[in-house]
Every structure is written in C-alpha cells, then in structure tokens.
Design a protein around this ligand. Structure first.
Ligand SMILES: O=C(O)[C@@H](CO)OP(=O)(O)O
Length: 410
C-alpha cells in the first residue's frame, strides 16, 4: 500500500466577498481534489485544540497523528531538529524572527514578520553580529547561540549546562505572524525569563539600526530588519517513531524547517527539492515530481506546501486561490495519476493544518476540511472538496490526531 499526504498549509478559510461568497478552496478550480472527494470521504478535523496556540507547530503534529497535548514542547525545538541540533535536557530553543517594526501614532507596529523576506545570507550576517554583540554579554556565560536558518526563520539556543535557563512552561510569547499591522505594545514575552528575551529584542533595535545589511536593503528599496522577535520556545520533544506507531515508512517534502523538524522527530527522511521556497513562488511541479519518485523508496510520502498560508498572512485572496489551484494541478493530479499507474493499492489524504483567515491575516482555531480516498474508503456522497461540504459532513475528528489512524488503519 502507498500513502500520500498533501498539506496545503493554512488553506481552510471563511467565505470571501471578493470570491463571490465562496471560500478560497471552493473558489479555486480543483478538479483533482474534487475527484478524490467524489471517490472518498470529506470530513472535518480540529488540529488546533483550544488549550494550545493555533499554530502550524500544533496543527501538523495533530495531522500526523500525534496528540499535541502530550507531545508539544514549543515550535523552536522542532525547527532545531530540522537542523540536526541536539537539545540536552536543560537546553531551550527559541524562534528568532527577523522582523520589521515601525513606530507610528499607535506605538510599535508589526509591519512585516518576514523583514520583507530577508535572504538567508543577509539573515546569517545579522545573526553573526547578534552572537558577537548580544550573546557575548558575560552575564550569559556563553549559554546563548544564535543559529541562522532560512530567511527570517532563525533560532536562538540556550545551553543549560553553561547557565541554567530562566524559562519555564509558563513563559509566554507571541507569534509575530499573528500581529501583522497591529501594535505590538503588549505582545512582548512575559513570565519566567520573559525579561531576558525582551532585553535581547530591545537591544537588537540598536544593533540593527545602522547595520550594513539594512543600509544595503534600504538602498535597494527593501524594508530593513529592525528587530529580533523571540517566541515559540521550548525544550527537547520526544515522539514515538511514525513507523512504530502506524506502520508505513515515510518521507517529507517541504521547504520549511518546522515540517523538516517534525519529520526528523518522527523518524522520516526528508527529501529536498530544488525550487521549493516556502513562499508563493515555490516550484509546485518539482514537489509533485519528487513525491512521485519517492514512492519507489517509501510507503508514505507527505508533501507540505506553505504558499496558501503565506497568501493568507498577506491578506491576498487571489494568491491563495492560485496557490490552491497550483497544488491541485501540479501536486495532487500528477501524484494520483502516478499512483494509479503504479498498480499498487493507495490512499490519499489532503488536509490543511489549521485555518488561516484572509480577513485577519492570522491562524485561527477551528476545523479544517479533510479529504480521504483510496482503497478501503467508501464514497460518502460529496462531490467536491471544500469548507462548506466539510462543515456538513457527519465524519468529524474533534481530536484531529484521530484522523490518521482512521485513514491509515482501514
Ligand atoms: O514560519 C513562520 O514563521 C510562519 C509564517 O511564515 O509559518 P506558519 O504560518 O506556517 O506557522
């Protein structure tokens, strides 16, 4: 049996006036997803339980069949796993975004949580200076390590052996992508160790003010990275291998470290695809081709596409529809055709990790539409994949992580 999972990140949404009252999934032309819906079931699942943040870090754990209440420690440790960083029992990882904050009448406003999609090279240069000038403070006893990642998505590590960290599970932080265009006056870290994070964030403003990377960016008409934004911290998580829990040996195709990290933690290989960017300009077809090839080696292949979520964070309904259509045409269609040609039994699941509302540009708690089709799954009468059909379905996974055993264990 071959299993394909496709994750259109943040694709679930509300009806939009600009889309004639349809949701982006419904407005998009998705013949391949609709064919799967007609052949299988349309369900709804909640991958973001109310007690936890409505983040991709929670949603994707649940989608892959892991109860986030039991397994989630923080987003950054998952991304550390993507980089092969080992966290000891007293270590913490913190997500370190490069962001653009402007100062207006309403105080400091989160203008861009991506610092205008700063490049990884520029980010690495900034982080090297943060290491030299912020982490070198003797009070930290060498415990702090800034680790460059992809674009604005970087990490800060606290090595507990050098100096016990001040953090605890009560430390609260805010995801910067949930604050776009909003005043971040009350959004700074709080609780145990929050003051240390705030201090680093504030000091970064001075360090970055005249940074050569920013001078060059402004000259080129791009926004500068004005601050570090620290959030999503946690200690090392431990997850039972997916193959032990569910059987199939899996591989992940994604452009973002969060999904790479979850894959590493559940024992999946990661397949890197040239042209996969984690943004609207990603090479959808290359991801589709890589997934088809991966079935020669793996029983389960998961393709994650970040683009619908990014379009939502930017409030761009047309781009969200386009991203969903490209996923349908360049990933779902070719993948299903290849599975049919192989002659193996197969099953497909398509599910966003969480809704990301165009209206608020934010993730939100709530159900996502799921389509599951293939051997052992009887058609339930829906003829298309969309949020409204899912809302009417009698197949409901209130504990979203129970959808995986339902789908895989039939
Ligand atoms: O990686 C991130 O910082 C965010 C926004 O890009 O991703 P997501 O919305 O999927 O949590």
């Amino acid at each position: 049996m071959k299993y394909a999972i496709i994750i259109p990140d943040g694709a679930a949404d509300e009806p939009q006036d600009s889309l004639a009252g349809k949701t982006p999934l419904e407005a998009a032309r998705t013949p391949h997803m609709d064919a799967l819906a007609a052949a299988g079931v349309v369900a709804r699942a909640c991958h973001t339980p109310k007690a936890l943040p409505a983040g991709s870090e929670i949603g994707n754990l649940s989608l892959l069949g892991y109860d986030p209440h039991a397994h989630f420690t923080g987003r950054a440790p998952m991304e550390a796993a993507a980089q092969g960083i080992e966290l000891g029992p007293s270590d913490w990882a913190v997500r370190c975004n490069l962001v653009t904050i402007t100062h207006g009448d309403d105080g400091p406003v989160m203008k861009d949580f991506t610092a205008d999609h700063i490049t990884s090279t520029e980010g690495a240069a900034i982080l090297a200076d943060c290491q030299e000038q912020l982490a070198s403070d003797p009070r930290f006893c060498g415990a702090l390590e800034f680790v460059p990642g992809v674009s604005y998505r970087n990490l800060l590590l606290w090595r507990g052996e050098k100096l016990p960290s001040p953090f605890s599970t009560d430390t609260r932080t805010e995801a910067p992508h949930d604050w776009t265009d909003l005043s971040v006056e009350g959004a700074h870290p709080r609780g145990p160790g929050g003051d240390v994070l705030v201090e680093l964030m504030e000091k970064s403003e001075t360090l970055l003010a005249d940074h050569p990377v920013n001078q060059a960016r402004v000259k080129a008409g791009k926004s500068p990275a004005t601050h570090l934004w620290l959030w999503g911290l946690g200690g090392a998580p431990s997850l039972e291998p997916f193959a032990t829990k569910f059987g199939p040996r899996g591989a992940m195709i994604t452009a973002v470290d969060l999904l790479r990290g979850i894959a590493a933690l559940v024992g999946w290989d990661r397949i890197e695809v040239e042209g996969a960017t984690g943004y609207l300009d990603t090479d959808y077809a290359a991801k589709g081709r890589a997934a088809i090839k991966a079935f020669d080696e793996y029983d389960l292949v998961c393709v994650h596409v970040e683009a619908p979520d990014e379009a939502s964070h930017e409030g761009r309904a047309d781009e969200k529809v386009k991203a969903i259509e490209r996923i349908d045409a360049d990933v779902v269609g070719p993948l299903v055709e290849a599975l049919q040609e192989r002659g193996d039994d197969w099953r497909v699941m398509i599910s966003p990790d969480h809704p990301t509302f165009l209206s608020t540009k934010k993730h939100t708690h709530g159900d996502v539409p799921v389509v599951m089709a293939g051997v052992g799954i009887e058609a339930d009468g829906f003829d298309s994949y969309g949020d409204t059909n899912a809302a009417e379905s009698s197949l409901v996974f209130a504990k979203g992580w129970e959808a995986m055993p339902w789908w895989i264990g039939r």
